[in-house]
Structures are given as C-alpha cells and as structure tokens.
Design a protein around this ligand. Structure first.
Ligand code: HEM
Length: 622
C-alpha cells in the first residue's frame, strides 16, 4: 500500500503499548494484628505453594517483577507486567491459583475459592482492588519481559504446556438438551428478536416450561441441537433470560446469585467495559436501557414473512398475560446477497466448531476445535483443566451459555465515503482498502491467501476460505494487517502475550442485517440499517468483553496496534488511525480520526438455558 500525500496523526511516539503496566493490588487484612500478619507470612508465603511463586510468575512470560508487602492494614501486591490486565489475572489463576487460595483465608471480603474454578469472579475481584498509579517509572520503557530475557539469554520456564489430552468432545446424547443456536446457525433468512417483560411470573414460567418441551407439538419449542431433520422446519427459536428476568420469574435468589457477576450486572452496567459510551451509551438505547423492561429475549427465525409472523405470534400467545412485548427487532438476509452484511462483506465464514458437534461443516482451517466448555457450562473449558462454574442448581446451569445480543447501527454510506477517500489519496483500489480493513475481500476471500492489490474473482462454491493461520503465512501483517477487524477479533496463531493466549476467546457469531441493503451509488437515505447479532460464549468476561473491549477497541492483540480502534466496528472517542505494515518494516498509518461507522443501539446480556433448565423454571412453584 503506497501512501503519497497522506499524513497520519503521528501516533507512534505516544502509543500506549501493552508493556510494563503496573498493578497495585490492595487487599485489606481480616486480622491486621502482628499475630495475624505472622500467620499470613507463615501459612501462605512459607508453604510449598508460596515458595513456588518465583518460578510460577516466571512461567507467564509477562511479569517483570512482583512483590508482596504489608501496608497499614492491607496486603499489597505490586507488580509490573506485559499484555492485558485480564490476561495477567488469568495467568495468576493458572500459575498461582494455589497461593491466592491461601491468601483468601486472610483478607476481608475474599474471592470464592478455589480461584481456578471461579475465574470470572477472580478477575472482577482483582479489578475492584487494583489501584492505578499516580506515577510510574521504568528504566527500559517499551521493552517486554521476554525481550529482556532473550537479550540476556535467560531461558524462562514457559507457560505450562497445553494438556496433551484435549478435553472430551461433547457427548451426542446432550445435543437435544442444548439450544441449537449455540451450536450452529439456524438456517433461516429472517429473524424477529422479541424483548419481553414478565408481567405474571407463574404464567411466564409455564410458557418457558412449554418452550423447553419439544415433545409437546401443540406449543412452540426452543430449537435444540439435534433438531435438524431432512425437512427444514418452517421456523426456529432461541431464547435468553436476563438476570432481572430470572428474578422477575421468581427463580430462587440463591440460584440467581450463583450466576457469574458479568451476567448479573448486565449489559447496561458493564457498558464501559466494551466501549459503550458517548454515542453508544445505554442512555441512548431506548427501552433496552432499563433492565426492568428486559427479562426474556426470544429470537424467532423463519424464511418467509408469513412464517415469521406466525411463529412470533405463537410465542407471544404462549406467554399470554405472563409477559408483554417491550420492543422487537426484525432482521433479514439480503435477497440478492444472502451471505453478506452491510458494508458489503460476506460474513459467517469463520465460526468455532465445538468438538463433538456431529454436523459436517467446512473445516475451520488449522484452528483447533473448541472444547465444549468454551461455549457451554458444565464441561472442561479452553483453559486446560478448568471447568467454569455451573450456575445452581445443575438442572438450571448445565448445558447453558451466555450471549451478548447487540443492535449495531451501521453508517454504510459514510464507510464507503471513507474507503473512497483513502483509496483516492493513496491511488489504490477502494476494494483493496476495504479488504485491508476486514482481512477478507468483500467476497470472503482472505487477504492472507490473496494479498492483492487487485480483487480476486468470487470463489467457487465450496472453495475453502478459512484454511490459514497468521504465524507462518503473514507474521508481520503485510497481507492482513494486525489492525484488520478479523485479526483483532481472532488473532488465530499469531504470537500473543501472555504466551499461549491464542484460541481461548473465540465467539460464536449469529448475526443478520436489519434495514434495506445500500450499495455505493444509491442515494443517501439515512434509513437505519445495521446488524442484529448474538455473540455467544460460556463466559461474557473472558470472551465477548475481552475481545470487544481489549482487542477490538484498544488493539491489545499486538503492540504495533495498541491504542488504535477497529475501523469497522470500533468506537472512536479519540483520534484513531489504521496502521498498515509496509514491506521493509515501516508502517503507514491511515488517519481515521474520530470517524465511527458502527454505533451500539442496544445490548442485552442473557443466559441461554438448556431445555432441561426451561422445564425446571416451568416447574417452579408447581
Ligand atoms: C456491524 C457489525 C459487524 C460487522 C459488519 C462484522 C463483519 C465481519 C466480517 C465481514 C467478518 C469476516 C467473515 C468471517 O470470517 O466470518 C467478521 C469476522 C469476525 N468478527 Fe465481525 N463484524 C461485526 C461485529 C463484530 C463484533 C461485535 C465482534 C466481537 C465481539 C466481531 C468479531 C468477529 C470475529 C471474532 C470474527 C472472526 C475472525 C476469525 O475467526 O478469523 N464482529 N466480522
């Protein structure tokens, strides 16, 4: 990409790279007396676990130093680390979980233990106790622990190897219990997302019980993972329940409080974690801003307007006086470009495949299959040996998952204008600029395989479009920039800090456009259009929030893009630029400034219960 005449906003000297962040974890002591402190020293730091601290911290590859000190009535851990905060904390869980389990016995308001089994709660616990510095000095700024170790020939013990035996695949007998949407797209061309408010708990619970009973064909039911016979059904259903929804349904409070904090806090309270402020702020989300209006989200899919209306009416009739429709969102694939989304790209090519899902699909390239626990509660997760906590009772939590449902408005005309302006200034084909922004040409062909600069022909049906990695084929981002949307969203095998962070934060994306298709040359109509999408994972914190908040919005996947925001969907509250690596090692920074092409118009964090869980809810009080 050549760049005559373009003047980037000169970010390079002021880029906050993800290296050498200070952490100061202040943990008030339950017993700050001399005897209490002596007990802590003896029972935590003089144990075999405590003595392993050094090698364990070394194993992460990202820690410069760490020290524990007593300050006033608190135990303080001060450290400096590379990479992202959440990754650092997760590294604790994997390498120093035993030490923190012991520490919890001595501090006020401890995190649940073993921390290894409660990773999300532990991340939140640390977040709440970390004090930002008011001053920070480094003798060697911008250098990572690994670089220093390499320079001095120090051979650190690396992160523990991934377990040699992968977690067991999903047992086939579980498929009828799991919502189909979690496993794969539901194969329809239209969707209506109904946002419901519970108005009468017993009636609403009875409706949920019926939706969890596929054997009763007199009422609609949630589509499950074995529900895909030769004859495509005329409609399909997915269903989520929010934290306020569980309470409105009179699910017992001790069950509700066993759910993860991210879900309990909900999308409105967690908005700033993913960049939803300013133009994207919850105050501008209409009814979705009020969690008391958002209890149940039913996503009804069909392939004709008549079938969609019929299926949606069957659902609202089933709820009857038990729930009122707060609002609804309709989406549909483009009749002329069925696999495409606004901005003109082919989508839905790269999706994780859950190990054990029997449905044949194009291979996901060299990427490993997802262990069931990456998308379902109750199974070993992508963090070797860790099974995320199952909300209680097990009938409610097992086989459940979580979704961030998002209403994303897209400024298509503005995006095309941006592509044209950049292309004109740099004497390039706008299609080449469009491909660089996403990482694929608009017809879906990956840049890693067809680097341009002229667009490749449309791929023949069945052409593999996902069989590549970055490390071998494009380590420096000369083909697909590090800042491209899909390389931020899934850095695949690209080296990451901490070591071994790859393939752990994958997201099932189930989206459909709303609003009419707009193509370049059409009159600018200002009609709202965008994407309605479920972003699914077994942990909102570890998957959606980290990908959206740290990787997409802040570029923490690689130091060369840190501080930049995704051009396609990022929120740009500050001058932004798009770094494009050039042959020879230089980088050309395309100015994006404060342009924002995608705006959050709503978000719901919902639990996607199993069919057993729906029946369990239906049976409450009976
Ligand atoms: C208007 C909104 C969005 C548009 C137009 C959009 C568009 C795209 C396109 C065209 C692709 C490439 C197709 C493919 O590989 O399947 C893609 C991939 C992807 N997107 Fe988005 N996206 C949007 C929102 C999001 C959001 C909110 C997230 C994250 C939370 C996200 C995460 C990803 C991920 C993880 C991939 C797959 C990358 C890979 O596996 O290589 N996207 N997106």
């Amino acid at each position: 990409m050549t760049a005559p005449g373009l003047h980037p906003p000169a970010p390079s000297t002021s880029v906050p790279v993800p290296l050498q962040h200070p952490m100061t974890l202040v943990m008030p002591l339950a017993d700050p007396s001399p005897a209490g402190i002596a007990g802590l020293a003896q029972k935590v730091f003089m144990t075999p676990a405590g003595e392993q601290l050094g090698p364990e911290l070394n194993a992460g590859g990202t820690v410069h130093f760490a020290r524990f000190v007593i300050v006033e009535n608190a135990l303080v851990m001060a450290s400096s680390y590379d990479g992202t905060f959440d990754d650092y904390i997760e590294m604790f869980i994997h390498t120093m979980g035993d030490v923190f389990d012991l520490i919890m016995g001595y501090v006020v308001d401890p995190a649940p233990t073993p921390v290894k089994d409660h990773p999300e709660e532990f991340v939140d616990w640390v977040h709440a106790r970390d004090r930002g510095p008011i001053g920070f000095y480094s003798a060697y700024p911008g250098v990572s622990a690994v670089q220093i170790q390499d320079a001095f020939g120090i051979d650190p013990k690396l992160l523990p190897e991934a377990p040699t035996t992968p977690p067991p695949p999903l047992p086939a007998e579980q498929l009828p219990d799991i919502q189909g949407l979690i496993l794969r797209g539901l194969g329809q061309t239209m969707v209506r997302h109904l946002v419901l408010r519970v108005t009468d708990a017993p009636t609403a619970r009875a409706a949920l019980g019926a939706l969890g009973d596929p054997d009763d064909t007199s009422t609609p039911s949630v589509t499950h993972g074995a529900d895909r016979g030769k004859n495509k059904p005329r409609s399909a259903i997915a269903l989520g329940i929010t934290a306020t929804g569980l309470l409105a349904l009179d699910v017992p409070r001790d069950s509700v409080s066993s759910f993860p904090t991210d879900f309990l806090e909900g999308a409105v309270r967690r908005a700033t974690r993913v960049g939803d402020w300013d133009l994207n702020a919850p105050e501008l989300w209409g009814p979705l801003a009020d969690p008391d209006l958002v209890h149940v989200l039913v996503s009804v899919y069909a392939s004709s307007a008549a079938d969609l209306d019929a299926a949606a009416t069957a659902v609202t009739d089933l709820f009857g006086s038990g729930a009122a429709v707060t609002t609804h969102y309709d989406g549909a694939v483009f009749p002329d470009h069925p696999n495409h989304v606004h901005f003109g790209y082919r989508d839905n090519i790269s999706q994780p495949i859950i190990d054990g899902d029997p449905v044949p699909r194009p291979a996901d390239g060299p990427q490993p299959k997802a262990p069931p626990g990456e998308f379902l509660r109750g199974y070993e997760s992508q963090y070797g040996g860790v099974t995320l906590e199952v909300p209680q009772p097990v009938e409610l939590g097992h086989n459940g998952s979580f979704t961030a449902f998002r209403v994303l408005e897209q400024n298509v005309a503005g995006y095309e204008e941006f592509l044209e302006a950049v292309a004109k200034e740099a004497s390039l084909d706008p299609e080449y600029v469009a491909a660089k922004v996403v990482g694929r040409w608009r017809n879906g062909v990956p840049l890693v395989k067809e680097p341009g600069p002229t667009p490749p022909p449309d791929p023949a049906p069945g052409t593999p479009l996902n069989d590549y990695g970055y490390e071998a084929d494009d380590p420096d981002g000369l083909r697909c920039p590090m800042a491209a949307h899909m390389r931020r969203g899934n850095p695949r095998d690209q080296p990451m800090l901490p070591r071994g962070d790859n393939h752990r934060r994958r997201i099932m994306r189930r989206g459909m456009p709303y609003g009419p298709e707009w193509t370049k040359g059409d009159p600018v109509d200002h009609v709202p259009r965008g994407l309605l999408g479920h972003f699914i994972g077994s942990s909102l914190t570890l998957q959606f929030e980290t990908v959206m908040g740290e990787w997409i919005n802040r570029g923490l996947t690689n130091p060369s893009i840190t501080g930049t925001n995704d051009v396609l969907i990022g929120v740009h509250q500050k001058p932004n630029w798009f770094p494009v690596p050039m042959p020879g090692g230089s980088t050309f920074d395309v100015p994006v400034n404060d342009l924002q092409f995608t705006t959050t118009k709503g978000c719901i964090y919902a639990f996607l219960p199993s069919l057993t869980a729906l029946r369990w809810i239906g049976a409450i009080g009976t």
